[in-house]
Structure formats: structure tokens, C-alpha cells
Design a protein around this ligand. Structure first.
Ligand code: NOJ
Ligand code: CA
Length: 685
């Protein structure tokens, strides 16, 4: 954890005052559950000594775990264990032995917020067996930025029907939390800022602040198991609730399995939750040996018009994915330093969306000459993206996806956006073990055909991008589309997203709409309403904030989502032209949840900064000490025109700066600021 440099002045809720007063009254919550000290040592401490995690068994042989920070209890799991048909994995345990280990390694990834990541942790593997002869291992890792623990099971039985997971999370005291509701089919839900004690049910990441500490509960390495959300048991206790299969069973597992990690990030500053690599460190190294074909991209596409209602996915006079439009987009990308182009509605079957959900993943519509377009894209050095909307029809997609990917590979296509906008069949939910297995099958098949993935309506990110680096980005929260046909995403939502959903990994938010009030769409008399009333809709932030989101919302596949005609000739589009989606270092510099955020990234010798505020206009001073010392940079600043009430009003300023300077960031209400830094002359001192 990094010492708190931030005065957090926007967080003035009374609850914090109450929490501070009651901090001194904290008793060791572990004492309340009659724990029996285990011998040998079942405690593991983070390398910096601040986070201490202890495992113990109570009188019934039920395992439990406590997490304390700086000697103060933060969270405990008063009960651990699993429930399975015919096998007791929950009680009667006694301790066999504890294996302790230490690990310190710096590993590199082919892409990511940071090229290099340090994994430094202490570990214990608590080996137990119970009265029925069942063995279970509880593996716990303590890092300076949090804790992970998981169950490992290895017995001679062939298979197991898992009916429940008993993991509990009990907070030592109340605090504030930020989360979406727990739901087994969607993550496209608004954030709630609530006292922890008021949360009935929440999905993860579940971000909280208790006293001066920030934290977030999530899971890492989710494979062949349902997702977990948190269900309240009593005021400060939550149970790990698993998405069920249609018959109520939570998972069908082999006789040997490890569960996903249950993770708790811990930080002194809100932004250090973002700067943590805990989730990636809890995942396994890459299973793809040659990653040279996996490359971050900026992209544009035939997409926003459909959401605005000026184009359609199906063939007809308003069809977006036509050969002519494809060529126009490829030319635009080639002229603007953009690597990829996405086409939605290129393939037959969109008439069936919302009906029998049957799409053809190989045959293009007659007005989309796929072979010609693919050849033209190759000639221009542009990556052509395919799009597979499945409507949630998993059996049909699984039957056809290999043939489709094979065809894309033949055409030289390396990037695929998938979508699951529709309920799964036969009572299966998106986030159940069935869903997790399906999403993973797609990842592994895509790797076989050297295809990078962008999944919409996905399973939550749990860091599997480390192991499967072709799993580039995903949606899994309310993205830009919500601005086209609903009340939209507020600036407060955008200031919450980095501290909750984005802790899990990259998001394909599809940022960067410049036509803030949809003037072009409104001028179109034939505009349709395809997903409810869209007449009142608009972008809820300033244009400068739309630019800043390209930096703030990390995605290795980063879209400029507006209609390309809204970018043509626009001075502010220079930022995206200059921007590099392939960064090698990142840091969230300052911010408070739901209030504001400042992020910097480096790509080669250049740096990019993005800042955003909520509905409050805000001025921040940002030291530029992240820049390379001794180098002078041209800073190109894209800022709100704070004197104008229009969200489209912005100014561009150019200035020479060095690492010794500080930048004053002035943001309008719902505003932001983006800066690109380009070296003028290196080592000029
Ligand atoms: C929902 C996705 O999030 C969006 O990006 C896509 O355009 C539609 N489904 C259609 O597939
Ligand atoms: Ca969506």
C-alpha cells in the first residue's frame, strides 16, 4: 500500500466520522467464533508486514479466516467450506500440515496497463482432512495490496455435484460501498453507493471504504465454476452466492478441482486499488506460447449509427454494413493511424435477433462483399473485425463457431467481437458454470485460430487475460450504447467505473462521442427508435471528457465510437490519432470514487493523461513527475471551455513541459481533460 497523499476532501459523508469514532472500539472479531489456535502456524503476513491473514478451525472443525491490517481487523470469513452431494467439504476438519512459501518475481505481459508486473507474496497451503476422510487444501496468499484464498480438492471420486459454497465475508465495521446489484444474467446495471450494512445483494468487484482503508472483494481465475456474488446474511455478513444451473446444482465438477480465488484488494488510497495487480498475480502465466499475433489496436466501426437509430443491422436502405461504407471506414482508419475496423450487421440472420436467435456466422449479406473488403483491408494494412452476435443461442453458436473462425483466419482476420444480447436457452444463466464454460471454449478456440476477442454481455473479467492474452477486452458494465437509448451514463457513473468494474480488467466501453447532442441523428427524418424512446437522449459529459475516457477507461482494443463523419476535420480528433492503445506503463494518480479521477499512461516515449470529474466543476493540480526527467515535452491539452454552458465547448492548448512542472487541470461540471505529451528533444539538459 502507498501512504495516503490525498486529503479525500470530497468524501464528507457523516458515516466516515462515525466510523472513525468507532474504530477504537473494535474488538477482535475472530474471538467471537471460538477459534482454536492451530499449530503449526496458520498465519500468513504480507511482505510489508501490514496485512495479516490467519486461518483457524472452530470446535466443529469448520475453517475460518481473518484479515487484519496494521493490527486492526478488517474482514473475516467466519465460515469457509463447500457443500456437495454425498461429500462433506464443510466441517469435521482437523489440520494435517501447513506448507509456507514466499514468492518474488517480475513477469512481463504481451500487452496491458503495465508491461512488467511484480508478484511478491507470502503463501500458506493449509492441508486438512475431516472425520469422513475428505481432504481439502485452503491456499492463502498475502500481498502488500491484498489477499487471495481458494479451495483445492483432490480425491479419488470421479465427479462431484457442488450444491453450495459456504464462504462468508464479515466486515469488522460498517463503511461505504460501491457496487451493482447481484444478477446472474447482466452486469449492465447502475452503481449504488450505500453503507455496507444496507447492501442486500451485490456483484463483484464490491468496492468499499472503511475508515481510511479502501478495499474490493472480487474473484480471480474463474474457470469451470459459477460466478460468485455477495448475498447479505446479516448486517455486515455476506455469503458467497453462486449462480445455479437450471436444476439448482451450482457446479458439476471433476474429482480434482481448484475453485477461483476469492480476492480482497486493500489500499490506503482509492486510486491504489486501480494501481494494484492482485487479480493478474492470482492468475497463471500465459498458455499461448507465441503471442506475436496479439496486438493492441485502436478501431472505428459501423456501430453507433445502429444505436442512434439512423442505421440498421439488417439489409435494406439503411443497412450500415455495406461494401461502400466498409471501404469508406477502411480509408478513414488508414488515414488516421487507426489499426482496426469493426462491422456489425455484416452477416445474415439479424432478422432473427430477438426471435429464434439464429445467425449465420459465415455468410455475409448480399451488399457486403466480404472477400473484396477483406482484400482491401489487407492491402491498406487495416485489421478487419468480424462480429458474432449470438442472441444467447449457445448451442447454435457452439455448433458453428469453429467453421466461422476457420473462415476468418483464411481471410486474414484476427479480431472478433462476440455478443450475447438475449437469454440463454433451457433455463441456463449467463453467469452460471454453463456460461463460464462456454465463454472459455470461445477463448481457447479463438487462440487456436489466432483470433483476439472482445466479448459483449460477457462473463466478468477475473484476470484470465494473463493466461489467455487473446482475451483482450470485454463489456460487462453499462457501456456507451446506454447513452443512445436510455437515461444514459452520468459523469458520476464514469467516476465510479474505474474503482469498481475496471478493477477486474479492461472494458470495451466504446468511448469518444463528439456529437454530444446527436445533432446529426436528430436532423435525420428517418431516424427510428429501436430500443425505446431516444428523443431525449444525449451524451452526459463534455467533449473533453469523451477524449479523456480514451485514457481513463483502459482497453487494449480502444474504439473511437462516433460516426466517422463526426471526426472528419475535427481538430480534437488529433488526440485519438496520436493516442497509442499499446501502453507499457500506467498509473492512476489521484481520484475519489464517484467524484474524480486522473490517470497517466506511457507508450514508448510518449505519455497520455486523462482526467474526469462528476457533476461538480473541479480544478486539480497534477505534478508531472511521472514524465521522464530531463526531457522536454510538447503537451497538447484538450480541456473544457469552463466559460461555456455547452458540453461541446473545448479548447486545445500547446505548451512545453518537463517532469518538474505541475499541470493545473480545470474541468467543467461533467467535464474532463486529456493531454498528450510528446518529447521535443531528449536529454536536453
Ligand atoms: C449489445 C452490444 O453491447 C452492442 O455493442 C452491440 O452493438 C449490440 N448488442 C448488437 O450486437
Ligand atoms: Ca451490451
Amino acid at each position: 500500500m502507498i501512504p495516503n497523499k490525498n486529503d479525500g476532501k470530497t468524501l464528507t459523508k457523516n458515516i466516515y466520522q462515525t466510523m472513525k469514532k468507532s474504530f477504537a472500539l473494535l474488538t477482535t472479531i475472530a474471538a467471537s467464533i471460538a477459534l482454536i489456535a492451530c499449530s503449526p502456524d496458520t498465519t500468513v503476513t504480507s511482505p510489508d508486514g501490514r496485512i495479516r491473514t490467519s486461518v483457524a478451525l472452530n470446535e466443529e472443525g469448520v475453517p475460518a479466516l481473518t484479515i487484519a491490517v496494521d493490527g486492526q481487523p478488517l474482514l473475516e470469513a467466519p465460515q469457509l467450506g463447500l457443500e456437495a452431494d454425498g461429500v462433506n467439504l464443510a466441517s469435521g476438519f482437523s489440520l494435517d500440515k501447513v506448507d509456507a512459501a514466499q514468492h518474488d518475481e517480475t513477469w512481463t505481459q504481451p500487452w496491458g496497463e503495465n508491461r512488467e508486473i511484480r508478484d511478491c507474496h507470502h503463501e500458506i497451503a493449509v492441508r486438512m482432512h475431516n472425520t469422513e476422510g475428505v481432504s481439502l487444501v485452503l491456499r492463502v496468499r498475502a500481498f502488500d495490496d491484498g489477499v487471495g484464498f481458494r479451495y483445492e480438492y483432490d480425491t479419488p471420486v470421479d465427479s462431484l455435484r457442488l450444491t453450495d459454497e459456504h464462504t462468508m465475508f464479515r466486515f469488522a465495521q460498517d463503511g461505504l460501498s460501491w457496487s451493482i446489484d447481484g444478477n446472474y444474467d447482466t452486469y449492465e446495471l447502475p452503481y449504488r453507493e450505500q453503507p455496507i450494512s444496507a447492501v442486500a445483494r451485490a456483484n463483484t468487484p464490491f468496492t468499499f471504504r472503511i475508515g481510511n482503508l479502501y478495499g474490493s472483494i472480487h474473484e480471480a481465475a474463474l474457470y469451470d465454476y459459477p460466478e460468485m456474488h455477495l448475498l447479505r446474511e446479516d448486517s455486515l455478513t455476506f455469503k458467497a452466492e453462486l449462480a445455479p444451473l437450471p436444476d439448482g446444482v451450482k457446479a458439476r465438477l471433476a474429482g480434482r478441482f481448484t475453485t477461483p480465488w476469492r480476492s480482497v484488494q486493500i489500499a490506503d488510497r482509492a486510486v491504489d486499488l486501480i494501481n494494484s495487480s492482485l487479480i493478474l498475480n492470482l492468475n497463471e502465466p500465459s498458455k499461448i506460447a507465441d503471442t506475436s499475433w496479439i496486438r493492441p489496436q485502436k478501431y472505428v466501426g459501423v456501430w453507433w449509427g445502429m444505436h442512434l437509430g439512423t442505421q440498421v443491422w439488417t439489409m435494406g436502405p439503411r443497412h450500415g454494413a455495406t461494401t461502400e461504407n466498409a471501404i469508406r471506414h477502411i480509408d478513414f482508419a488508414a488515414a488516421n493511424n487507426i489499426q482496426g475496423v469493426l462491422f456489425e450487421g455484416w452477416n445474415r440472420g439479424w432478422e432473427n435477433w430477438g426471435g429464434n436467435q439464429q445467425f449465420d456466422y459465415v455468410e455475409p449479406y448480399a451488399d457486403f462483399d466480404l472477400e473484396r473488403i477483406a482484400a482491401y483491408a489487407r492491402e491498406k494494412g487495416i485489421e478487419l473485425w468480424m462480429h458474432n452476435e449470438t442472441g444467447g443461442n449457445i448451442p447454435d453458436y457452439e455448433a458453428n463457431m469453429e467453421r466461422a473462425m476457420k473462415r476468418y483466419a483464411e481471410l486474414g482476420i484476427h479480431t472478433l467481437k462476440t455478443g450475447y444480447a438475449g437469454g440463454f436457452r433451457d433455463g441456463y444463466s449467463h453467469h452460471s458454470q454453463y456460461g463460464v464454460q462456454h465463454y472459455q471454449r470461445v477463448v481457447e478456440l479463438a487462440a487456436k485460430y489466432h483470433i483476439m476477442l472482445d466479448a459483449h454481455e460477457p462473463i466478468k473479467e477475473t484476470g484470465i487475460r494473463r493466461t489467455w492474452p487473446n482475451m483482450m477486452t470485454r463489456e460487462g458494465a453499462r457501456g456507451m450504447e446506454w447513452n443512445a437509448w436510455s437515461e444514459g451514463n452520468s459523469s458520476e457513473y464514469l467516476c465510479t467505473l474505474p474503482f469498481v468494474r475496471l478493477l477486474s480488467g479492461p472494458m470495451d466501453y466504446t468511448p469518444g462521442i463528439f456529437d454530444i447532442y446527436y445533432d446529426r441523428a436528430k436532423a435525420d427524418p428517418g431516424r427510428i427508435q429501436w430500443n425505446g424512446d431516444n428523443t431525449h437522449c444525449s451524451i452526459k459529459t463534455t467533449l473533453a471528457r469523451q477524449i479523456a475516457n480514451w485514457v481513463i477507461i483502459y482497453s487494449p482494443l480502444q474504439m473511437a465510437a462516433d460516426l466517422i463523419e463526426n471526426y472528419e476535420g475535427h481538430p480534437a480528433f488529433r488526440f485519438f490519432r496520436d493516442f497509442d492503445a499499446d501502453c507499457d506503463w500506467s498509473e492512476a494518480l489521484q481520484g475519489e470514487i464517484g467524484a474524480y479521477i486522473v490517470v497517466a499512461r506511457r507508450a514508448g516515449e510518449r505519455f497520455f493523461l486523462g482526467a474526469g470529474t462528476n457533476a461538480d466543476a473541479r480544478t486539480l493540480d497534477q505534478p508531472l513527475d511521472f514524465l521522464q526527467p530531463g526531457v522536454t515535452y510538447t503537451a497538447r491539452i484538450y480541456a473544457d471551455d469552463v466559460n461555456s454552458p455547452l458540453r461541446t465547448a473545448y479548447r486545445i492548448e500547446e505548451r512545453r513541459v518537463t517532469a518538474a512542472d505541475s499541470l493545473r487541470i480545470e474541468m467543467a461540471a461533467d467535464g474532463g481533460c486529456a493531454v498528450s505529451f510528446e518529447p521535443v528533444n531528449k536529454h536536453n539538459e
